[in-house]
Design a protein around this ligand. Structure first.
Ligand SMILES: [Zn+2]
Ligand SMILES: [Zn+2]
Length: 359
């Protein structure tokens, strides 16, 4: 079985034959049909997110369940599923109250080694490893959705859409009529924009340095765009919102941009940090700047409740209220891995999708 294996920073990712274990108790095997290329995969390759190696990359995938381990009750063979990257127990107080991203008993994804490469165990990335023809995940990581959503669309719900949309809807809880600005409108930021549209935000300001991405943002519902390579983004957002936005979202993972997104807030405003800077990064801010009830929010995986949110997002797509087709810039075969990574690096992708079906 083919998979994209990462061997360490500055070593090429190899697309090669691997072995996959059978699903154990409480686990299922997913025959993968499509997988999206997310910036976090690139962050592992670049060393921004440290991960033990060898590891099979990819964490935004969809496919069909084709084998069940013992004791699996929540999913059936033949069901179309999206892989959730969330590790949660489903039984602790946080899980019980519907906050699985705050689970305190979550098994570490780094304890999962379902693959074998050259006789050596290989790690699973983010409970997923979907740059492969199949993967084995815990049953709570396989979320059934409506089969009518094509797999190359469905897979994007598993990270990019959930993360961006969820930051707006689940975490910031943007209200109808609010003003918001999204700093960085790649795959995640575009989904913050469309989260804002569905929340009924009155003004949605997209900020980026790439004109192409600002064009995409307009298509996704941004009411205003700011090219921060040409103008002062903070001044522009403050100007457009009469003194600062109610909500800002940082979807880059860059300290200078996080500071801009903080400074662009108005009274009572909240910044949600969605981007992931290099591990261990800190930033300083003027404490007095939080005067007037401002807030800085962290956000994990769109504060997802996968079994609630994934089917809901699929439904919104089927009803023409969530844009997914427009997110896909390019399709690739797994063998084109290096090309896809190069395209993502150059910023020419909203989302690139690997078709995994015919390998
Ligand atoms: Zn991702
Ligand atoms: Zn839990």
């Amino acid at each position: 079985m083919k998979a994209a294996v990462f061997w360490g920073v500055e070593k090429p990712v190899s697309v090669r034959d691997v072995k996959l274990k059978d699903p154990g108790p409480g686990e299922v095997r997913v025959r993968l049909k499509a997988a999206g290329l997310c910036h976090s995969d690139l962050s592992v390759i670049d060393g921004t997110i440290p991960y033990p190696v060898p590891v099979v990359l990819g964490h935004e995938g969809a496919g069909i369940i084709d084998a069940l381990g013992t004791g699996v009750t929540s999913v059936k063979e033949g069901e179309a599923v999206i892989v959730s990257t969330l590790s949660h127990c489903g039984r602790c107080p946080a899980c019980e109250v519907g906050k699985p991203t705050q689970c305190r008993n979550a098994p570490s994804p780094k304890d999962s080694l379902p693959f074998t490469v050259d006789g050596k165990p290989a790690f699973q990335f983010a409970n997923a490893s979907v740059f492969a023809e199949a993967t084995v995940v815990r049953e709570q990581g396989a979320i059934p959705i409506d089969k009518r959503v094509p797999f190359d669309r469905a897979c994007l719900i598993g990270c990019g859409i959930m993360t961006g949309f969820g930051a707006v809807i689940n975490r910031a809880k943007v209200e109808t009529g609010a003003t918001m600005a999204v700093f960085g409108v790649g795959g995640i930021g575009l989904n913050c924009v469309q989260g804002g549209v569905l929340a009924g935000a009155a003004k949605i300001i997209a900020v980026d340095v790439m004109p192409q991405k600002l064009e995409w943002a307009k298509r996704f519902g941004a009411t205003h765009t700011v090219d921060s390579s040409k103008e002062d983004a903070v001044a522009a957002v403050r100007d457009l919102t009469g003194g600062g936005a109610d909500y800002t979202f940082e979807a880059v993972g860059n300290i200078a941009v996080i500071k801009q997104a903080l400074e662009a807030l108005g009274p009572g405003g909240a910044l949600t940090i969605v981007g992931v800077p290099k591990m261990g990064t800190s930033f300083d801010f003027v404490v007095h700047g939080l005067y007037q009830n401002k807030a800085i929010l962290g956000c994990r995986y769109g504060t997802a409740r996968p079994r609630v949110d994934f089917p809901m997002l699929a439904e919104l797509y089927l009803n023409g209220r969530l844009k997914i087709d427009e997110l896909i810039t390019q399709h690739y075969r797994l063998d084109d891995f290096e090309t896809a990574i190069a395209d993502l690096r150059h910023g020419s992708l909203a989302r690139g999708v690997f078709d995994l079906e015919e390998h």
